[in-house]
Unconditional design. Structure first.
Lengths: 157, 180
């Protein structure tokens, strides 16, 4: 598949999503169902790669780019992932100047709290498929304790 | 103190790109480095970047790192932060994809992957706490619990995340956080 086309297909998916896995339906529809350039098995492998890789959950897009067109495909996918991020600059320029107002501050704090709610809602079904026994339960607890310990240390500083 | 572009790239590559578990643990790691350790950003500016990045389409973590870079060093800082936060994890993802293809039929690899995925679940769950903690003091917890429960309910009902966040912003402006 042409990498420029791949870039625009993946950009369409990433720009229409607001969470890590939000782009998944568009990606599957375009690359598995319509264009048939990757298989469902490769899509699942990409999802696993995204979950065990460091960085955002959405890194599976890079893996999908690799499956579609090798290293050039991975580069096209990387570009599709980072392009929407620059939109935050005009948002920050416009809203950032007004963020010190108490009402704006409370609104932004509410967005932070709601974003935690969204994360937890997405996490529950993932946990049901990942934490399936004592070994994975202990692994999840270890991860939990690691971050909690780090945040306590950071709060003390 | 204003950080150099190299400093920003280094922190973003280490804490923004190579932290496991997605956005939550990355946020904790970046707050520890930028706010507490180096003092390059005050906490309100850090949280502003976090909140606004959630309203940006695409991968929120990259928008978050871009916003942090912008606040520290303007446009150059934003580009360096975006590159630093995205390149190392992309390279690692490609390497892991290749390894997964090789190990596809190895049962030991399947166990290792399952354990890594479970660790990631724990990391994400715990990273919610530092974000909620400042909003649980005094009587604030009622508002926090309501916003949290509302967001979870709307997500379960398949309401698009952007609408949930915008609704939370409106509720937050109308239902003010009690003074500590």
């Amino acid at each position: 598949m042409n990498v420029v086309v791949l870039y625009f297909v993946l950009l369409k998916a990433t720009v229409s999503a607001f969470s890590g896995l939000g782009a998944l339906p568009v990606v599957r529809d375009e690359l598995v169902t319509n264009r048939r350039v990757i298989t469902d098995a490769q899509m699942n492998t990409a999802l696993v790669a995204g979950r065990v890789s460091p960085g955002p959950i959405g890194m599976y897009i890079v893996s999908i780019g690799y499956f579609t067109a090798g290293v050039p495909g991975a580069i096209a996918a990387w570009l599709a992932l980072i392009t929407p991020a620059v939109i935050v600059i005009p948002i920050l320029r416009y809203l950032g100047a007004r963020a010190d107002h108490p009402v704006a501050r409370d609104a932004l704090n509410a967005i932070v709290i709601a974003s935690v709610g969204l994360t937890l809602a997405v996490l529950l079904p993932l946990a049901a498929t990942s934490v399936t026994g004592p070994l994975t339960g202990a692994a999840a607890l270890a991860g939990f304790a690691y971050v909690l310990h780090g945040s306590k240390e950071s709060a003390r500083q | 103190m204003v950080p150099g572009l190299k400093d920003i790239a280094g922190i973003m590559a280490r804490d923004g790109s190579l932290t496991f578990g997605g956005g939550g643990p990355t946020t904790v790691a970046l707050e520890k480095a930028l706010v507490h350790k180096h003092g390059w950003l005050p906490r309100p500016r850090f949280r502003l970047a976090y909140a606004l990045s959630r309203l940006t389409p695409g991968t929120n973590v990259f928008a978050f790192c871009t916003a942090l870079g912008w606040q520290m060093r303007g446009f150059a800082g934003a580009l360096i932060a975006l590159a630093g936060a995205s390149l190392p994890c992309s390279a690692v993802t490609v390497a892991i994809t290749i390894l997964l293809e090789w190990w596809r039929d190895d049962p030991r690899a399947a166990v290792a992957i399952q354990v890594a995925a479970a660790v990631a679940i724990g990391l994400v769950a715990a990273s919610c706490w530092p974000l909620l903690r400042p909003h649980l003091r005094g009587s604030s917890w009622v508002r926090t619990a309501a916003l949290l429960a509302g967001a979870i309910a709307l997500q379960v009902l398949d309401v698009p995340p952007l609408r949930v966040l915008l609704a939370a912003g409106v509720v937050g402006a109308l239902w003010r956080e009690p003074a500590p």
